[in-house]
Design a protein. Structure first.
Length: 76
């Protein structure tokens, strides 16, 4: 596995890695290794930008109707 080059990361990524390292009491190299291991454990690049869950409505009903005096209420 190739190493992650800390110096070529964006400033935001460097800040996040440094904050993670500080919070866990790790060196930058140890923090990068922990992040890489977690990334691979979560599925690595094959799982990037894929939806994590889908939401389904099991029993579709009529939509909600908005009543100016009462707020939102169900159609009856």
């Amino acid at each position: 596995m190739t190493e992650i080059d800390y110096e070529h990361l964006s400033d935001g990524a460097k800040r996040r890695v440094a904050a993670f390292a500080l919070s866990k009491g790790l060196s930058i190299a140890e923090a990068l290794e922990a992040i890489a291991i977690e990334f691979l454990a979560m599925g690595g690049p094959s799982q990037m930008r894929r939806p994590k869950a889908r939401l389904y409505q099991l029993a579709p009903k009529e939509g909600l109707k908005r009543d100016a005096n009462k707020g939102v209420s169900r159609n009856e």
